[in-house]
Design a protein around this ligand. Structure first.
Ligand code: BES
Ligand code: MN
Ligand code: ZN
Length: 503
């Protein structure tokens, strides 16, 4: 049962669209029946054939519309696919990525083996050729992603689309295009891994499974990898982390990945990912509706592994550490109970008032463990709070940070990766909500500002370094009938690291 896929191959080319000897040339049409530049070239070469079709009213240029044309005169390609782009003035990042995805899906469904896609030449405000190609590769790859390893039969194993060529408008842009292609592919592969891990059900994707996946990655890319078991974590005093897994018979694992791409002695970036392979809530049991989605509660850890895959592929000249505390949060006779008090690795004691606020209990020990690397920056990723989904929905991840320059660096990377974040306050004023009469702190802060008090809790374990926290509860997966992992925020992490590698 494996996801065996024929991968779509990408390349970059410049040259006249009408002279492309290929199964299909894809050109964009803006609303108002306005052909993009490559479309106009094809139109001229074909003696106004496209303009005639547009005048006939078959394609207005609305976003998402497609029209496949055969036998366009004096064009070497077998077919021309017109793809609607929407209003030209509103053609931004999302419209661009959507148009690429629509093209690729249409090509797949109409049986083209290969295609030359000219949408990569479209102007997206403030973006350059490298960005266009990188995003095209990511969007195209994602459009063909499927997760069918759990199906007894593969639906339509035949996927004819094998090669996609993205065009740039001048020869001088080829180099920039190639750079975008390399980045895009590495990011796409990282996203794939995060998605596969997220989508794999928790009866298969256990803490041990994640550890085995980390070891595989380490072998492929030459990372260091250490997996701490229960006994090793006990020795370290990770009383908070270990308390969460007690109600499960799946043993906990604390995964450590090391990429030593930088100079010896260069302070590393540490990525920490929450990996609760299933979150039933524990004794503070969750209601049944949508509980299946708590399969995605390991998405922070999945994103760390995904980012490492990209880091390995790109051989980034940086030192990066990945920490993935992983266990399962279930109710049973051994489980944490409301009112229990545990001692974290930092020595601080925690009164567990709600066993469902378990993410912060595993992350706090990982944040303390991170100190030993004398990190330059620590970024944790976690599907931490439902409150985050209420506050921001599915579009940005929530960003919290104890250091403004680090926050700005992440905001910049997020914009560049088009994997967006929105900064939230981490004011001391909120810390009071975590007061406990019996222990150093409680693990919950009441209903108001739930994602902020969760971040405040973590901040108490991240005082020794520059730290940022991304609450990805709304962005890491989508629920419902079409549920699935999004692979976010792998792209953001890779861009953050790429920017650091360039400086
Ligand atoms: N994994 C959940 C957060 C979550 C909820 C992610 C919904 C995605 C969608 C987390 O462990 C949790 O249960 N948080 C509680 C905290 C509360 C008890 C303070 C929550 O958000 O309800
Ligand atoms: Mn929970
Ligand atoms: Zn959780």
């Amino acid at each position: 049962m494996e996801n065996r896929e024929i991968e779509l191959e990408f390349s970059i080319k410049s040259g006249a669209p009408e002279k492309q000897r290929t199964a299909c040339v894809v050109v964009g049409v803006f609303e108002g029946r306005k052909l993009s530049d490559p479309g106009q070239e094809i139109d001229r070469a074909s003696g106004g054939h496209l303009a005639g079709i547009l005048r006939g009213g078959d394609m207005e240029g609305k976003a998402g519309a497609t029209l496949l044309l055969h036998a366009v005169p004096d064009v070497l390609a077998d077919r021309v696919l017109l793809v609607g782009l929407g209003k030209e003035r509103e053609f931004h990042e999302k419209a661009y990525r959507d148009a690429i995805a629509t093209s690729v899906r249409t090509l797949r469904d109409t049986g083209s083996m290969e295609a030359v896609i000219t949408l990569s030449e479209l102007a997206v405000k403030k973006r350059d050729v490298t960005w266009n190609v990188e995003q095209a590769v990511i969007a195209a790859h994602a459009a063909l992603y499927r997760f069918d390893r759990m199906k007894s039969k593969r639906e339509d194993a035949r996927r004819p689309l094998k090669r996609a060529v993205f065009t740039v408008s001048r020869r001088g842009e080829l180099k920039a295009g190639e750079a975008g292609l390399a980045r895009g592919l590495a990011i796409a592969h990282g996203i794939d891994l995060a998605k596969d891990l997220g989508n794999t059900p928790s009866n298969v994707c256990t803490p041990e499974y994640l550890a085995a996946e980390a070891k595989k990655l380490a072998k492929t890319y030459g990372f260091g990898c250490e997996v701490l078991d229960q006994a090793a974590c006990e020795k370290l005093g990770m009383g908070s982390f270990l308390s969460v897994g007690k109600g499960s018979d799946k043993p906990p694992r604390f995964i450590v990945l090391k990429h030593n791409g930088g100079r010896k002695g260069d302070k590393p970036v540490v990525l920490v990912g929450k990996a609760i392979t299933f979150d039933a809530g524990g004794i503070s049991l969750k209601p049944p509706a949508e509980m299946d989605e708590m399969n995605y509660d390991m998405s922070g850890g999945g994103a760390v592994l995904g980012a490492f895959r990209a880091v390995g592929e790109l051989k980034l000249p940086l030192n990066v550490i990945g920490l993935v505390p992983s266990c399962e949060n279930l109710p049973d006779a051994h489980a944490n109970k409301p009112g229990d008090i545990v001692t974290s690795m930092s020595g601080q004691t925690i009164e567990i008032l709600n066993t469902d606020a378990e993410g912060r209990l595993i992350l706090c020990d990982a944040l303390t463990y991170a100190e030993r690397f004398e990190p330059d920056a620590v970024i944790d990723l976690a599907t931490l709070t439902g409150a985050c989904v209420i506050a921001l929905g599915a579009h940005p991840s929530a960003l919290f940070a104890n250091h403004d320059p680090l926050a700005r660096e992440i905001e910049h990377a997020a914009d560049h990766a088009w994997d967006r974040v929105w900064r939230m306050p981490l004011w001391d004023d909120y810390q009071d909500q975590l007061k406990s009469s019996l222990a150093d702190m409680a693990n919950i802060g009441g209903r108001p500002a739930g994602s902020i008090t969760a971040a405040c809790f973590l901040s108490r374990f991240a005082k020794k370094y520059h730290w940022a926290h991304l609450d990805i509860a709304g962005t890491a997966y989508k629920g419902g009938r079409d549920k699935g992992s999004t692979g976010r925020p792998v792209a953001l992490l890779v861009h953050f690291l790429l920017a650091r590698a360039e400086n």
